[in-house]
Design a protein around this ligand. Structure first.
Ligand SMILES: CCCCCCCC/C=C\CCCCC/C=C/C(=O)SCCNC(=O)CCNC(=O)[C@H](O)C(C)(C)COP(=O)(O)OP(=O)(O)OC[C@H]1O[C@@H](n2cnc3c(N)ncnc32)[C@H](O)[C@@H]1OP(=O)(O)O
Ligand SMILES: Cc1cc2nc3c(=O)[nH]c(=O)nc-3n(C[C@H](O)[C@H](O)[C@H](O)COP(=O)(O)OP(=O)(O)OC[C@H]3O[C@@H](n4cnc5c(N)ncnc54)[C@H](O)[C@@H]3O)c2cc1C
Length: 643
């Protein structure tokens, strides 16, 4: 199962080696993080990032190993933006010459970059950005300027204190004419003494949600006061500005300017399963240790994992972790394919890839953030302790619902793709993830054939149910949209239904990828049978949760919906015997989990007790402030009593 989770034996070995490397090195200790102040926390992160870079070089780690190393260090920092956004932006949007100049500097970290797109006034609406880049023909330069307060760049990670360079997105102006938003490579700091370059105002935007997690990152604010950069620092793969000031667009679609976001959204989907599996691992192990009620004849009480209600909350999350792992793996292969095509100037699969990355990013991050919080509740009161590992994990993870495309905004992008696909149905056969929309007639006409609960243990029945639900919702939206004279008005009016239809489409993708995975690549029959159970749990849980959609579209009868639920409950008892094996297969080490409740050895209570005594408040019996602020109250009380 560990191999199935990792994707291959080699992938397992690489991640396992890096997990152990991090866990066994005292530099990467992280239990004390919550006690550190912001400055110490930040410096500590800088120290770890520098040490990690040394390890990567000394041990000659491959790119894959370096990624895993950074992952297990488990602290957001400037290198995330450098490797995940700055470098890919140059790779995807730079010309050959630009790549030749900038990539070697970035890849050896002689420069450190960030991605400065979002502003105080605009994040989702990229075309609404206000920073300007005005071409000056006399000097062959662009003048970068922040004309308003709301044009201040706001959020870029690593920008406040570390990055020496940034890809800055700004409106291009030539001879007073706007040419849309483009990316520019801008140096922010001196490579000698690290001070901000003249004309730039740089700072940190302040503390964020949680304590020891995202506050390790220096998210920054940046303002330009007429800062000049050479013309050749505009990323020019998509459009070019000549030294005469002529603006030209190549055959490459404008959307490629957004390519870095596609790349990171793909990574975010791949990472969702890591965060969810971490929470599920903690909650499952603890649910086996924790006992409440049910003692008979003085025997042990019931393990809370044996309560049906606990199982009904926990096991769908366990199944979701596996579903997200497989859909992340699938999306990565789709992305690798589109990347190769883009390099060869084949843009045909970009719209579908954009819809998949946007939609799956929204689906997986929302479910993961909610799932982590549910796991915290599944651990009862102890889940609220920082030492459970769950509050900090939630604080770390939840911004994923907003960054890299706010989730609702992303689902609306999926809706645009689906509406377009439906309106082209007469003359263009949909392919890939939208292929089912080419079979609308049977999907709209045929109804579910399930007659018993066992009938739901059938991938074809499940797939058809999800296809019919998505097709009916999408087609329904298409028909209602057609009644509007102004399509944009119609889109806005129907946006709630469109987001629901997009979710149905994305859930269909996750379910069908899980089923495909079972049909092809599972090593060993026992593993395959166990994963089949999880696949059914995932699908039937979604069916139960969204049964309103399945019933309202008329595909299922209420009886068939309740048979699905009956089967789901039966499946929980099949998950139970393997629950611990399923979470051990994630191969999460205690260091990575950073949780007293999720310890591999189950030694929860002594370690909880021990952890409590490490709190600074327990350094002495009478702490600072007691004499000054508590004792006077106690004495005052005495005074009133005398009165
Ligand atoms: C460190 C902890 C991390 C934990 C998790 C692990 C992950 C590790 C990985 C990386 C670490 C990074 C850490 C996160 C740092 C965060 C960074 C950021 O947030 S960067 C900023 C991100 N900003 C956004 O995402 C902005 C969202 N907005 C947009 O993308 C666009 O504005 C829009 C909403 C899509 C609208 O675009 P536009 O105004 O142009 O209008 P439309 O008319 O809707 O679009 C025109 C056509 O273009 C198509 N389109 C849009 N986007 C794309 C795209 N990306 N690719 C291809 N095509 C695209 C759109 O569909 C339209 O098509 P048609 O309808 O004309 O066919
Ligand atoms: C931790 C973190 C790290 C970040 N790192 C970076 C970074 O490195 N670089 C960078 O450039 N940016 C970064 N960002 C910024 C991030 O990309 C934006 O916050 C994100 O894109 C969301 O945009 P917004 O803040 O403008 O949200 P808004 O768009 O203002 O969203 C507010 C609300 O409005 C709704 N809404 C907006 N538009 C629509 C619409 N058309 N239809 C319906 N509803 C709508 C949304 O659903 C949401 O509910 C980071 C953000 C965070 C939280």
């Amino acid at each position: 199962m560990k191999v199935a989770w990792a994707g291959s034996r080699e992938a397992f070995q690489v991640s396992d080696r890096m997990a152990k490397l991090v866990a066994n090195d005292p530099v990467f200790e992280k239990f004390s993080k919550p006690m550190l102040g912001r400055k110490e926390l930040f410096k500590n992160t800088l120290r770890k990032a520098a040490y990690a870079w040394k390890l990567i070089n000394d041990l000659r780690l491959t790119e894959e190993e370096a990624k895993w190393l950074r992952h297990y260090i488990d602290e957001p920092n400037y290198t995330d933006l450098h490797w995940e956004m700055f470098v890919p932006a140059i790779e995807g949007q730079g010309t050959k010459e630009q790549k030749k100049k900038w990539l070697p500097l970035a890849q050896t970290m002689q420069i450190i970059g960030t991605y400065a797109q979002t502003e105080l006034g605009h994040g989702s609406n990229v075309q609404g950005l206000e920073t300007t880049a005005t071409f000056d023909r006399q000097t062959d330069e662009f003048v970068m300027h922040s004309p308003t307060l709301t044009s201040s760049k706001w959020w870029p990670g690593g920008m406040a204190k570390v990055a020496t360079h940034a890809i800055v997105y700004a409106r291009l102006i030539i001879d007073g004419l706007f040419h849309g938003v483009h990316g520019f490579i801008v140096q922010l700091r001196s490579l000698e003494d690290h001070s901000p370059l003249p004309g730039l105002t740089l700072g940190d935007i302040g503390m964020k949600f949680g304590h020891g997690t995202y506050n390790t990152m220096d998210n920054g604010v940046l303002r330009f006061d007429h800062v000049r950069i050479p013309r050749n620092q505009m990323l020019m793969r998509v459009s070019q500005v000549t030294k005469e000031g002529k603006y030209a667009q190549s055959d490459v679609p404008r959307q490629l300017l957004y390519g870095t976001m596609v790349s990171v959204r793909q990574t975010i989907v791949a990472d969702a399963s890591k965060a969810l599996s971490r929470a599920v691992c903690i909650a499952t192990r603890y649910s086996v240790v924790r006992r409440q009620f049910g003692s008979r004849n003085g025997g042990p009480e019931t393990q809370v994992i044996d309560y049906k209600t606990q199982q009904s909350r926990l096991f769908p999350l366990l199944a979701s972790a596996y579903a997200f792992r497989f859909v992340g793996e699938w999306l990565k292969s789709l992305y690798i394919d589109v990347k190769q095509r883009l390099e060869a100037n084949d843009f045909s699969t970009l719209p579908e890839t954009h819809a998949c990355t946007a939609g799956l990013k929204a689906l997986t991050t929302a479910a993961t953030a909610d799932g982590i919080e549910e796991c915290r509740k599944l651990c009862g009161g102890h889940g609220y302790l920082i030492s459970s590992g769950l509050p900090e994990l939630f604080a770390f993870y939840v911004p994923a619902c907003s960054y890299e495309g706010e989730n609702v905004v992303m689902m609306l992008q999926v809706a645009r793709f689906l509406v377009k696909t439906v309106s082209n149905l007469g003359y263009k056969q949909p392919v890939g993830t939208a292929a089912y929309l080419g079979r609308v007639t049977p999907l709209l006409q045929n109804n579910c054939a399930v007659q018993t609960a066992e009938d739901w243990l059938n991938p074809d029945a499940i797939l058809e149910a999800f296809e019919a639900r998505a097709a009916r919702m999408v087609i329904g939206c298409g028909e209602r949209l057609a009644m509007f004279e102004n399509p944009e008005e119609g889109f806005a009016e129907l946006s709630i239904d469109l987001v629901e239809a997009s979710l149905a489409h994305c859930q269909l993708i996750t379910v069908s990828v899980f089923i495909q995975k079972l049909n092809h690549e599972i090593p060993g029959n026992g593993v395959k049978r166990s994963l089949e159970v999880l696949c059914y749990v995932y699908a039937l849980f979604l069916l139960h949760k969204h049964q309103g959609d399945f019933l309202a579209t008329g595909y299922l009868t209420p009886k068939q919906a309740s048979l699905a639920n009956e089967q789901l409950r039966t499946l929980y008892s099949k998950v139970r015997p393997n629950a611990i094996a399923f979470v051990d297969s994630f191969n999460h080490m205690d260091h990575y989990l950073c949780s007293v409740l999720g310890r591999y050895d189950g030694n929860v209570y002594p370690k909880l007790y021990e952890a409590a005594w490490k709190d600074p408040l327990n350094d002495s019996d009478i702490v600072d402030g007691i004499q000054q602020y508590v004792q006077p109250i106690l004495k005052q009380k005495l005074h009133y009593a005398k009165l």
